[in-house]
Design a protein around this ligand. Sequence first.
Ligand code: ZN
Length: 368
Amino acid sequence: MNTILRPVAVALLAVAAAFSAACAMPGRNDAESYSMADFSQVRKFDAHVHANTPDPAFLEQARADGFELLSINVDYPDFPSIARQHAAALALAARDPTRFHWATTFSMKGFGTPGWADRVDAKLARDVAAGALAVKVWKNVGLAERGADGKLIMLDDPGLAPVAEQVRALGVALIDHQGEPRNCWLPLDQMTTDNDREYFSKHPEYYMYLHPEMPRYEELMAVRDRFVAAHSKLRFVGAHLASLEYDVDRIAAFLDRFPDASVDMAARMSQVQYQSVRDREKVRNFFIRYQDRLLYGTDLTYGPDADPAEFRREAHAAWVSDWRYLATGESQHVDMIGADVPGLALPRAVIDKIYYANARRVFARSGR
Ligand SMILES: [Zn+2]
């Protein structure tokens, strides 16, 4: 019987092999890198943007460039209110639910008063039921919000533990922006990038080097690590390379210590480029080694006052520049660090993960 069936099985295997070969890209070798021409064709996911208006221009550019978006609502005073961000997210998700995704957040107002955590937990449950794929905690925790005793509320405050537990129970990720780039604690002439130098010289109120009474960089990192250790089953995403952007070895140590954590690259590409100009192979090897733990993201922000055409050009330019750097071997000049930066030419299989598959996994809703 086996001898009769065998030719059939062999024929079926041959058909299956031909089918899978036809499905793969012709002549594709996953160890090779993509080219600039591949940019709009490859499926991509920007895991850290802020669409703060229901205007569809951001979504339209994402469609043109082959991106899905995760728009993150934030308790940030310079943004529209959380309620308006929420309304914008719902409107855009209704327009294109397969391309537009969103993360919710919560206000720290009333923290420490009776019922605060219950009210936040109920809101997060409603938002996840409405489609939110993650919950954002912003840097106001650790650097701005104060409790009734006048002390800064830190991320590992026991009062925040029930909220972290609720995020875990809801089966979504927690995106945490802790602290600031390390440059924020350094004198201007020791900072690594011009964008930090400009930002902190124009915003002395946020420039921690000038505020020795505020928490130190290492203190905030230690607080965050205690929080992640205490909530090991939580899907934790460290925004902005977990504020360890200045040294890929520090990011590696964080990812090694916390196997369920991942980090997004939003608004920190120039910091990575600063390092790869000095040691390209080291940075390239970091991306390859941690290819399952890194999420592509930009921090592109589209507000209600922005010009739609101008924003579309800005978004396209940012996405193309990052693609040139990560996916191809082509060089480009990066003004923020005043250097010509050769691309990393990461293998296609690595690009497919950091640009898409990792985000789909981290922002999948588990157990629902
Ligand atoms: Zn952001």
